[in-house]
Design a protein around this ligand. Structure first.
Ligand code: ARG
Length: 265
């Protein structure tokens, strides 16, 4: 019995030594091949167009763009074994960039709308948003209805080209909407008194109210929306890959965890 045990032990040790040796050898080979002909092919690159003034979806931390969309896009790229490059631009140029091919996809807390569907295709939705109204403390506007009441002359500040811009232009008329390049500039205008409210998505609204004193968000909601990734209409193959990635990354908990990290329930 003892002999058998000793033999077994010896065998195990020989195997272990062999494994250690071969794995060492593998490592040397990898090192030797660095930069040589056998080096792995460079990954294909996915270029994302966004507007990084929209916390918590995309914003700068130092010179890096972070947030819900940046992290989900990175997870999608990893899933597809591709590299990700994020290009920051004005929100109302994202769809053009995707149509012209200077970006592979647009991701910017972007709402799926009928008008946009004429220009680009959208992925499965990965998040929802709500258009809300920010006013100064003590504002005579206390509900969304006050803003739209007959005879009301209140002006709304919006980010140019967003759904907040489109909807308020429909409901208030062009002359009562003032467009800014981002939500933060619209809020500065509200504080300076050149507009009476700001219409923007709820999560950026919370961030803006937290960063500026004397503002609040009205309890009544203006519009409910679904956010998705937009892709060139000619690139059905990429859309399919992105949808497969969103499906898998939702099922394995990656996307829910990213949303939970940035958005308080
Ligand atoms: N959800 C709105 C829209 O699609 C606003 C998005 C603004 N996004 C941004 N990254 N600035 O129009």
């Amino acid at each position: 019995m003892k002999k058998i045990l000793a033999l077994a032990l010896a065998l195990v040790m020989i195997c272990a030594t062999f494994c250690v040796l071969t794995s060492c050898k593998d490592k040397t080979e990898v090192n030797e091949n660095n930069g040589e002909t056998n080096a792995p092919a460079p990954k294909e690159k996915l270029v994302m167009a966004t507007n990084a003034y929209f916390p918590p979806y995309e914003f700068y931390e130092g010179d890096k763009i972070v947030g819900v969309d940046a992290e989900i896009a990175q997870a999608v790229a990893n899933y597809l074994n591709m590299d990700l490059e994020i290009k920051d631009m004005e929100f109302d140029t994202i769809i053009t960039a995707v149509k012209e091919g200077s970006a592979d996809f647009g991701m910017a807390g972007m709402t799926i709308t009928e008008d946009r569907l004429k220009e680009v295709d959208f992925s499965t939705s990965y998040a929802t948003g709500v258009q809300v109204v920010i006013v100064a403390d003590g504002s005579p506007i206390t509900t969304v209805d006050d803003l739209f009441a007959d005879g009301a002359t209140y002006k709304a500040g919006v980010q140019q080209g967003t759904t907040g811009d489109t909807y308020s232009t429909w409901d208030l008329g062009d002359e009562r909407v003032v467009r800014y390049s981002n939500g933060s500039n619209a809020v500065m205008a509200l504080k300076g008194g050149s507009v009476d409210c700001v219409i923007i998505d709820n999560e950026p609204a919370k961030a803006l109210v937290a960063a500026n004193s004397g503002l609040k968000i009205l309890d009544t909601e203006y519009a409910n929306e679904a956010y998705a990734i937009c892709v060139n209409k000619e690139n059905g193959a990429l859309l399919e890959k992105i949808n497969a990635a969103i499906y898998a990354l939702t099922a394995d908990g990656t996307i829910p965890a990213i949303l939970d990290k940035y958005i308080a329930k």
